[in-house]
Design a protein around this ligand. Structure first.
Ligand SMILES: Cc1cc2nc3c(=O)[nH]c(=O)nc-3n(C[C@H](O)[C@H](O)[C@H](O)COP(=O)(O)O)c2cc1C
Ligand code: SF4
Ligand code: SF4
Length: 427
């Protein structure tokens, strides 16, 4: 069995799976049950000045029979008194000393406010702090959450204030509601953050009721934008994690969040640079017990690959994530149809004909049976036919030898510049 333990900026946990700050970490009762089930750590539901929540507050998108593909909420930070939360954090940490207990914090952007709350939560024995600069609704209207998190100067300054007094590692949780997340990640690093976590939820409106014309969800007939999460956001989160991981000036550990439901999702985030991961929607959908499959699956995967420690996979795919200008223009793949597996549904034919390069042809064999073949010289290797094909293995994308040596767009432009006597400055 592989070693699953991690240390995120010094915060240790027996496995890389933490609960994200959200309803599943709202109370000591819940976090302790999660730890009994096997979770390695928990980021407590965000603490701060008392708030009031609305009812209703959640909505979800089901897609093609898959329920909760995307999840949306207009919930705020904890609505329970700080003293109660602190008492339960203390008890939880005492009962589970080997698990990571991190306090998520959100206060007004004032130095003394940050100093005060940091001292109070550290006094009850948390292993670390997570600064919530991510919440896209409710708190943002009061200058907190993503309103702070969208301004690099505010992220840097508030991180710095926290670091002035913090005795435990400080994680800065970033909002995805920004064009370039590396700007705020870098600001967090500049402010002295020990790690970053990402992503928080994405601005969204889940839908409109066709009968009542109300928003979904609505509160007495009125709605407001909420935060989107769940499996649908995973590609967005994974890209943001990868962009931070490969950025030369963000050299701090990453806690990956966003759409993680299985051990496979977690491995992808870790390969792309996350030291560990956090989960919210999958637990809201299926409960704490999913941790059993996650631990078992990760163990199997590492054993099969002969990897002794989960730490050894962190960042292994980062060098493979590059800029478009660095991709080889002469690399070529084409689609090949396996007629043994094909069920002649014609989906690939229609997609290629209507939306790609019209290079799948229909033939009949000597028995009169229809079959499909790709005209490889015209196939651009776009993958569309293999994406729409309903049968696994019926279309394979195969590499074919190139007549030309590898050349990237950047190399091509540099060569053209030399030929014409101009020097081209390429990033
Ligand atoms: C109902 C709900 C409440 C949340 N509350 C918080 C919160 O208080 N603090 C915070 O940092 N993130 C909060 N989040 C965001 C999650 O921690 C997480 O960043 C996000 O849901 C993405 O992960 P997921 O796709 O696994 O759900 C909340 C998410 C949901 C769905
Ligand atoms: S890979 Fe693209 S271009 Fe080639 S056959 Fe499939 S759909 Fe057509
Ligand atoms: S989509 Fe797949 S199964 Fe359908 S015709 Fe094309 S190759 Fe055959």
């Amino acid at each position: 069995m592989a070693d699953l333990s991690i240390s995120l900026a010094g915060i240790k946990s027996p496995n890389p799976f933490w609960l994200a700050s959200a309803p599943p970490t709202n109370s000591g009762y819940q976090v302790q049950r999660a730890f009994e089930a096997g979770w390695g750590g928990a980021v407590w539901k965000t603490l701060g000045d008392p708030i009031l929540n609305v009812s209703s507050r959640f909505a979800a998108i089901s897609f093609n029979g898959y329920r909760v593909m995307g999840f949306n909420n207009i919930e705020l930070i904890t609505d329970r008194p700080l003293e109660e939360n602190l008492k339960e954090i203390y008890e939880t940490k005492k009962r589970f000393p080997d698990r990571a207990v991190v306090a998520s914090l959100m206060v007004e952007p004032k130095r003394e406010k940050w100093h005060e709350i940091v001292k109070r939560v550290e006094d009850v024995g948390v292993d670390g702090l997570e600064l919530n600069f991510g919440c896209p609704h409710g708190m943002a209207e009061r200058g907190m959450g993503s309103a702070s998190g969208q301004v690099p100067e505010l992220v840097e300054k508030q991180t710095y204030w926290v670091k002035e007094v913090a005795r435990t590692p400080v994680i800065v949780k970033l909002t995805p509601n920004i064009t370039d997340i590396t700007a705020t990640a870098e600001a967090a690093a500049q402010g002295g953050a020990d790690a970053i976590s990402l992503i928080n939820t994405i601005n969204s409106l889940m839908g409109v009721d066709l009968d009542t014309w109300n928003t979904i969800p609505h509160v007495a007939g009125k709605g407001a934008h909420g935060g989107y999460c769940g499996p649908a956001v995973k590609p967005i989160a994974l890209n943001m994690v990868a962009e931070c991981a490969r950025h030369p000036r963000i050299r701090i550990p990453i806690s990956g969040i966003g759409g993680i439901s299985t051990w496979k999702d977690a491995v992808e985030f870790m390969l792309m640079g996350a030291t560990g991961v956090q989960v919210c929607t999958a637990v809201m959908h299926h409960g704490f017990r999913i941790i059993e499959d996650m631990i078992e699956g990760l163990n199997h995967y590492l054993d099969e690959k002969g990897i002794a420690s989960v730490k050894d996979i962190v960042g292994k795919s980062v060098p493979k994530y590059s800029n478009w200008g660095d991709l080889d223009l002469n690399y070529k793949v084409v689609a090949r149809i396996n007629t043994e597996r094909c069920i002649n549904c014609n989906k690939c034919y229609i997609s290629c004909e209507d939306a790609s390069h019209q290079c799948i042809e229909r033939f009949r064999d000597e028995t009169g049976k229809e079959y499909l073949k790709v005209r490889e010289e015209d196939c651009v290797g776009c993958n569309l036919c293999s994406i729409v094909c309903p049968v696994d293995g019926a279309i394979e994308m195969v590499e074919i030898p190139s007549e030309h040596p590898p050349m990237t767009w950047n190399e091509r432009q540099a060569a053209l510049g030399q030929l014409s006597g101009y020097s081209v400055d390429i990033k």
